[in-house]
Design a protein around this ligand. Structure first.
Ligand code: ADP
Ligand code: MG
Ligand code: ZN
Length: 608
């Protein structure tokens, strides 16, 4: 945007320095008596008498010496004066030796100045456009080519990625494999009369490998691969995005068979809603052009369009109808096996010790995306280097899991012994409640080393297997575990701290979900009281009920959390001895493993 600022500055400059100079040449107004004096001195060379104004040149310029500007030196200066009622004027001028004719300030002619202005403007405009376009236009941005998209979007299939680089995601790969196969030998499909879907839409949370999959398809199919991101269509000027779409498809048609990949398609594919004071013109035009192009091309020619998004619910319905993106390929968060496979794919590029238990890491990272797993492996490698080792070991991996979950260790943090004690009791409280309930994931680690995320300590629970469902009891137990930290503080110290804020948030979210979304309350039964608005990005919800119901929901949520809290109180009260003992051990060690924790817990029980 600062080009406009430059343009403005230049304009100001022109106004300040050039225009006055040009104007100086323009007519200078003098009084009639000056005119008379000059006439009497026979100093007027030429005069033009108009109805109420007289223009004239002087024979010798009075202030010729001052005039240094280029424009002024070439032609004499023009003077004007008002015309008085003077019947003998012509005669007197004649005798004064003046000639009659047109007296025009030629050098100031509006032509010259407007021409100059025009040229300046034109150059400026071109400069601004060039800058603006090279900024927006992507590869090979070319100035002033309206109506012809400036981006050379064409990218050869040199992504170097194949399906081997994508771990897990077997269903997605299978669906895409069909497309690859079609691109290799289309006649196999046309013989049967089968039509290939024109487009496939990859949907899923961020970091699950959508972009990677599209690149792998290009690598596998070994056909040209046009890749463009939705945001690249969004232009400053209305119509440019549409032009880009047109150009993209023109190029693709020439290169068929090929793949066109539109990443983050929600940028341009948002629902067209009737409101908005024309503010979305550009986006809508682009979308309309895309729809038109998708209808226009011949699917049999072998142009396959892939697109990716993590906000499928915002897409315009027209995009999703058969004949356009009629195939939807979910790319979900990896499951246990998928996580292990992804870790292994990324571990291949890294020197590791031989005996690495990837399964353990995969179990500790439930809910992590492929991108996060890739990050964990890299963090582990960095840690190994920091530790001066040449190979990554299990510890590096485990530690980097925690870095991703909770941030780095804050070694420098100074925490008073009293606070350390509270934190230790809080964490052991969580662990105890978890361990004493059935159906809750085993404790793997308890630590009171603070982390950069703000966590002062945490209890890591890791499920043994993969869980796809959670029953009511399990959720309730989980809520009880969340309250366990606070309960330990209450029972041990008789006071409560701010340390439980995150626990409270999570417990509330779970309790709310039970009632509004999972139909787990007797009062409401199987009624959806909340709907998820964006499934793949955080899963925000919005209420779908009346105010009275909302108030009842709140009451029910409070009740669930309260019951869970009571249960935790009961558990910890029964185990106060163990709470003291384990908390003391934790204070000493700062980090203890799940085995150590269970060992103390069971040993005590045996001897008592
Ligand atoms: P998005 O779904 O947001 O487009 P990307 O495809 O950009 O995600 O994935 C980001 C990175 O995460 C990839 O470059 C890759 O390193 C890693 N990744 C994600 N999913 C996988 C997977 N299934 N297998 C291997 N690596 C993956
Ligand atoms: Mg992506
Ligand atoms: Zn806690």
């Amino acid at each position: 945007m600062y080009y406009w600022l430059i343009a403005l500055l230049v304009m100001g400059f022109i106004n300040m320095f050039f225009l006055p100079n040009i104007a100086k040449n323009a007519v200078e107004q003098v009084n009639y008596d000056v005119f008379l004096t000059e006439m009497n001195n026979k100093n007027i060379s030429q005069a033009e008498i108009n109805e109420d104004v007289i223009y004239f040149f002087l024979k010798d310029e009075p202030q010729a010496g001052e005039q240094t500007q280029i424009f002024a030196q070439q032609t004499p200066k023009v003077y004007s004066t008002v015309r008085m009622d003077d019947p003998q004027l012509v005669e007197r001028l004649y005798t004064a030796g003046a000639s009659f004719g047109e007296v025009k300030p030629k050098e100031v002619s509006p032509w010259v100045s407007s021409l100059i202005m025009f040229v300046v403007f034109f150059l400026l405009w071109q400069f601004v456009m060039k800058k603006a376009m090279s900024k927006m236009g992507g590869i090979g941005g070319n100035a002033m080519s309206f109506g012809k998209a400036n981006a050379k979007i064409y990218v050869k299939a040199q992504t170097g990625k194949t399906f081997k680089d994508v771990a897990g995601q077997d269903e997605a790969k299978e669906a895409l494999n069909e497309i690859v196969d079609f691109l290799h030998n289309p006649q196999k499909y046309t013989e049967v009369g089968a039509k290939m879907p024109k487009g496939a839409l990859l949907v899923g949370p961020p970091g699950t490998g959508k972009t990677l999959l599209a690149q792998a398809v290009a690598g596998e199919a070994n056909v040209p691969f046009f890749s463009i991101s939705g945001s690249e269509f969004v232009e400053m000027f209305v119509g440019m995005g549409a032009a880009k779409v047109r150009d993209l498809f023109k190029q693709a048609n020439e290169k068929a068979p090929c793949i066109v990949f539109i990443d983050e398609i929600d940028t341009i594919g948002k629902k067209r809603d009737g409101n908005g004071m024309g503010g979305n013109d550009e986006r809508e035009q682009t979308l309309n052009q895309l729809l038109t192009e998708m209808d226009g091309f011949d699917g049999q020619k072998g142009v396959v369009i892939l697109a990716a998004t993590n906000r499928p619910e915002t897409l315009d319905k027209a995009l999703l109808r058969p004949g356009r993106f009629d195939r939807r390929i979910p790319v979900e968060l990896p499951d246990l096996k998928g996580r292990e496979a992804i870790l292994k794919v990324h571990a291949e590029k890294i020197k590791m010790e031989d005996a690495i238990d990837f399964d353990a890491i995969a179990r500790a990272t439930s809910g992590a995306s492929g991108a996060e797993l890739a990050n964990i492996v890299n963090e582990a490698a960095l840690r190994a280097v920091r530790m001066g080792r040449s190979k990554v070991n299990q510890n590096d991996l485990m530690e980097s899991v925690e870095v991703i979950l909770a941030g780095y260790q804050r070694k420098g943090a100074v925490i008073s012994p009293e606070e350390k004690q509270i934190i230790a009791y809080h964490e052991v409280g969580h662990a105890l409640v978890a361990a004493k309930q059935k159906n809750s994931a085993p404790v793997q680690k308890i630590t009171i080393i603070p982390r950069t995320s703000g966590a002062l300590g945490y209890t890591l629970q890791v499920d043994e297997g993969e869980k796809f469902l959670m029953n009511k009891e399990e959720i309730f137990n989980k809520i009880a575990t969340f309250t366990g930290g606070r309960v330990a503080e209450e029972l041990k110290f008789g006071s409560i701290t701010t340390g439980a804020s995150n626990d409270i948030e999570q417990a509330t979210r779970l309790a709310r979900g039970m009632i509004t979304r999972y139909g787990m309350s007797d009062e409401f039964g199987m009624v959806a009281l909340e709907t998820v608005t964006n499934q793949y990005l955080g899963g925000d919800t919005s209420l779908a009920c009346s105010n009275e119901t909302a108030a009842k929901i709140d009451a029910a949520v409070i009740e669930v959390v309260k019951q869970a809290h009571d249960k935790a109180v009961e558990i910890i009260r029964e185990n106060m001895g163990k709470l003291d003992e384990i908390a003391g051990y934790l204070l000493e060690k700062e980090t203890i493993t799940g085995e150590e924790f269970m060992e103390i817990l069971n040993r005590k029980e045996a001897t008592e």
